[in-house]
Design a protein around this ligand. Sequence first.
Ligand code: NIG
Ligand code: FE
Length: 407
Amino acid sequence: MRKLITNIASLVGILDSSVKILAGANMNILASIENAWLLIEDGKIADFGKENIPESLDEIIDAEEGILMPAFCDSHTHLVYAGSREKEYEDKIKGLSYEEIAKRGGGILNSAELLHRTSEKELFNQSLVRAHEIMEFGTGAVEIKSGYGLSTIDEMKMLRVARRIGEETDLTVKTTFLGAHAFPEAYRLKRDEYVDLIINEMIPAVASEKLADYIDVFCDRGFFSVEQTSRILEAGLKYNMLPKIHANELDYSGGIQVGVKYGARSVDHLEFTGDEEIKALQRSQTMPTLLPGASLFLGMTYAPARKMIDAGLPVALASDYNPGSSPSGNMKLVMSLAMMQMRMMPAEVLNATTINSAYAMGVENSLGSVTRGKTANLIITKKIPGIGYLPYAYGSDLISKVILNGK
Ligand code: NIG
Ligand code: FE
């Protein structure tokens, strides 16, 4: 099957296959070809260029002078959950903080309670709606965490649903076990016993069905300590679950350092990142991943993206799609927030939501850029003045077509 996309005003996000991430000043570079064509063969990007348009085609797609770019990789979501928590937002408006809501049994525990009462089938149906929604927003690959189960049975239920989303849609899905998302009420006064349960029961059970690619811990003030995080990450590594952790959202928690120590693929949130944390990241292969949707929704401070990039680091951006701190999986809005609130440049936000976020979820060899041989996951925009217009027009729907696996 040979499909040609023609009439492309600009083909952006072209990278050589040797490039796995873009860091520091390189993040502001976006290779492109004007008035281009792109050939898809058997679901892969076969070729692209300006002249010598290929022949013997099965299908021609007219880009109508839109921009062609790589589909988004959303490397941090909690897309599988039951119900929603808009009621809690009213408590927030009345003055309670995210931590105060959590302490009262709201927040994550609230979602866990509801998920427990929701059947696997119903959980799948609710999550599938969100999966289709993000595909329409241009996302082609998504990482999905558990963490609203907080018991072996319910964590596994979540992960099975996440895997099934990958099987039944064109989304590429990576799954992450996040049993260490919060302490269940029954363990409030014996937190280490919950950590024991995660290590001795949950991790082996999840591993026995190969349900998780990664392991996550919410390492932050009021949640899991550095010591508890270390124990959990060590246990996960024994089963080949690489760390990808929640760190430094609420405080300088030591989460970044412990993530780096255990070779995390990514450390995520990072609203509280200072010189020490930047130094630790500079010596690592860990992708700093920022979630500006959570900062917007919770009215929190934004992670210091500018400082990180100026220090030579790479940065990835993800949606954190979840019912409590970021009920949106719109990656175009994430780009806009990073530009408006974190002083990131248009090219930087594009690279942060494609190649760097692909690395953050371990799919950089097949996704995240316009590269010969990579899977044809592409977005065709409406006709716009240039790529910078995409994050600039933050409220406009500018995506005309989304192509996943060449379809
Ligand atoms: O990434 N910070 C921890 N976990 C989620 C929020 C989960 C929730 O409130 O339901 C986050 O922001
Ligand atoms: Fe999260």
